[in-house]
Design a protein around this ligand. Structure first.
Ligand SMILES: Cc1cc2nc3c(=O)[nH]c(=O)nc-3n(C[C@H](O)[C@H](O)[C@H](O)COP(=O)(O)OP(=O)(O)OC[C@H]3O[C@@H](n4cnc5c(N)ncnc54)[C@H](O)[C@@H]3O)c2cc1C
Ligand code: SF4
Length: 497
């Protein structure tokens, strides 16, 4: 008997989402998805390009339906279909409501949801470190026969958090690291551009951000090329500088794999096995390899499970009671309106590429939003739509939990925010800035430094019970200029810093 047609969502495009070499495939381009929210133009491009490339690869066995909604597309083809459980709660609920859709377990993850639930049950905090070690042991990845970590340590964070090399504007000026792998655009990309132009012109669909050359893999073959390039030529430099920022080098030695991973083009276990091989072959040292592996089967998997393990109301958590709407300049990526060099540059990267690495996301954008009490749900939505790798499952834990501490500390033991001193140490931004990271009050007061103290003051009562914040709160008590600082921050209000 021919198996039912396999419906693949746009983030299920790798070979591991199909079992049968001959079965039919359904792909859907839903315009409602793009109409509901204002996506980054680059994100829309990547999704359409990936769907259309997959349809071209599969040829006659695949039907690509362009439709307003998924429901309409299914009605149009009039067949029973099966689908791997989708990655968002909304899509998961939809496929389970629709008639004639058989839902299979989710794919592309190391642990099943019930295995994670078993791991998590009875734990007060779901700590990444505990989860990560468990997954390494289960996979036998960089693990000795007796279960101990290769090299005697599980964690190389201390080696991997170095500031950028001094006196250079690009990482390649100091260490051997070639450009990332870049794709070649083709006719499908050109057609996608025409479609997006038409949607903007005729369909009332609007985008945020700028168009530009496609930067990320959208097919399995491209994704494998990107992985191979990274493992052979960039992984070695990844570890030491993974947290560092340089204004002229947004990519540093990062892998740029979040887009192909989140489109479902790569199996994450294959990716980390390739990293392990690079280490065993002497291409990258252990610290760099561990740092990368931690990101993929640590953070990425952990975030996925936190999304499904927490209740649906997780998205509305707001432990710090933050309720300010996102100001227009922030929401619209108006980098030119911002004087603070770090924030302006990072907003420009989001505007131009729809991507920055994790530290600009956490310690510039997220930290700014936290200090200024932006509504966590609105901020989550903003990250989701403004970043090329944004999906509901990955944004919620990263923004509500990690970045805004809105889950009350389930994911992170203390809020991730800092004054300008951290940005100064980890980047070259402060050198060319109109502000001074060591100044709290006055013309040149760094908005991050002043914002940090104002944040601590505003949230003192909530943070007082957190022993990891005790030292910072004692520092707040010692400030002699707290009132002028608070007055200054109140005057700055919602305007661009
Ligand atoms: C506030 C905030 C929002 C974020 N939003 C997203 C998002 O929408 N989509 C997304 O994929 N990542 C997100 N991240 C995680 C991380 O910033 C990106 O995965 C990474 O910057 C992508 O670039 P890269 O592929 O070069 O990653 P690398 O630095 O090379 O890391 C390798 C891979 O690890 C994975 N990874 C690392 N950290 C995380 C994490 N915290 N959550 C999930 N995966 C992780 C990614 O798949 C990434 O490709 C967010 C982080 C923060 C702090
Ligand atoms: S001085 Fe402050 S605002 Fe300017 S770049 Fe440094 S941290 Fe950012």
């Amino acid at each position: 008997m021919t198996p039912p047609r396999r419906w693949l969502f746009a983030d299920q495009l790798g070979p591991h989402f199909i079992d049968d070499a001959d079965s039919g495939v359904l792909l859907v381009e839903s315009t409602a998805v793009f109409r509901r929210r204002r996506w980054h133009r680059r994100k829309a491009h990547l999704v359409l390009s990936a769907l259309r490339h997959r349809a071209a690869e599969l040829g006659d066995r695949c039907v690509l339906v362009a439709s307003e909604t998924y429901r309409q597309a299914l009605a149009d083809i009039g067949e029973t279909v099966e689908v791997c459980a989708p990655t968002s709660r909304a899509a998961d609920a939809l496929v389970r409501r629709l008639d004639g859709v058989d839902v299979l377990p989710a794919r592309g993850w190391v642990l099943r949801r019930d295995e994670f639930a078993e791991w998590a049950s009875g734990r007060r905090r779901l700590l990444l470190e505990d989860y990560y070690r468990d997954v390494r042991r289960r996979l036998g990845l960089l693990v000795e026969a007796d279960g101990s970590p290769v090299g005697g340590r599980w964690n190389f964070d201390a080696d991997n958090r170095q500031p950028p090399p001094r006196g250079v504007s690009r990482l390649a000026d100091a260490v051997a690291v070639p450009e990332p792998w870049w794709p070649q655009e083709d006719d499908i990309d050109a057609e996608v551009r025409e479609t997006l132009d038409r949607w903007e012109r005729d369909e009332g669909i609007t985008f945020v951000g700028k168009d530009g050359p496609r930067r990320f893999a959208v097919t399995h073959d491209e994704a494998v090329q990107a992985v191979e390039h990274f493992m052979a030529r960039r992984l070695a430099a990844f570890g030491a500088y993974e947290d560092a920022m340089l204004a002229d080098d947004p990519w540093m030695a990062h892998s740029l794999l979040s887009v192909p991973l989140n489109l479902g083009l790569l199996d994450p276990v294959d990716v980390v096995r390739r990293a392990e091989r690079a280490f065993r072959d002497g291409i990258a040292d252990l610290a760099a390899t561990e740092g990368f592996v931690r990101q993929v089967i640590g953070w990425r998997e952990y975030v996925w499970h936190v999304y499904w393990y927490t209740d649906p109301d997780y998205r509305n958590r707001n432990a710090l009671g933050a309720d300010r709407p996102l100001p227009g300049w922030f929401a619209d990526l108006d980098a030119a309106a911002v004087t603070a060099r770090c924030l302006s540059d990072v907003l420009a990267d989001v505007r131009d590429e729809g991507w920055t690495h994790h530290i600009p996301r956490l310690m510039v954008l997220g930290s700014w939003a936290l200090q200024h009490g932006y509504d966590p749900a609105a901020l989550t939505d903003w990250f989701h739509t403004s970043f090329v790798d944004g999906y509901d499952w990955v944004m919620l834990p990263n923004v509500v939990g990690m970045s805004q501490h809105a889950d009350g500390g389930l994911m992170a033991t203390k809020p991730y925010t800092s004054g300008g001193a951290y940005i100064k140490r980890m980047s070259d931004y402060c050198r060319g800035c109109a502000y001074d990271p060591s100044v709290r009050v006055g013309e040149t007061a760094c908005p991050f430094t002043a914002g940090y103290w104002a944040f601590l003051h505003a949230n003192r009562a909530t943070l007082a019970g957190n022993h990891r914040m005790a030292q910072q709160l004692r520092g707040l008590d010692r400030l002699s200029d707290l009132q002028p600082l608070l007055d200054q921050e109140a005057r700055r209000g919602d305007g661009p810093p």
